[in-house]
Ligand binder design. Structure first.
Ligand SMILES: [Zn+2]
Length: 65
């Protein structure tokens, strides 16, 4: 009978879609140049590309081995 019943906080967070905050932008992957929608701070289309890209960067540091 109480009209002002409020949902508990955890209930609200379940109902909210998680992707809501993330704005996806189409941009080219730094590693393979493939266009893909990704988050604001994403630079690679996949975790694979990211690990490859970062590994390349690191191994470029060690050229001459
Ligand atoms: Zn890629």
């Amino acid at each position: 009978m109480s009209d002002d019943f409020q949902m508990p906080d955890y209930y609200k967070s379940i109902k909210k879609p998680q992707a809501e905050k993330e704005i996806l932008v189409k941009r080219k992957c730094f590693y393979c140049n493939k266009e893909k929608e990704m988050g604001k701070f994403q630079r690679y289309c996949s975790t694979l590309c990211r690990s490859q890209g970062t590994r390349n960067y690191v191994s470029g540091y060690k050229v001459g081995y």
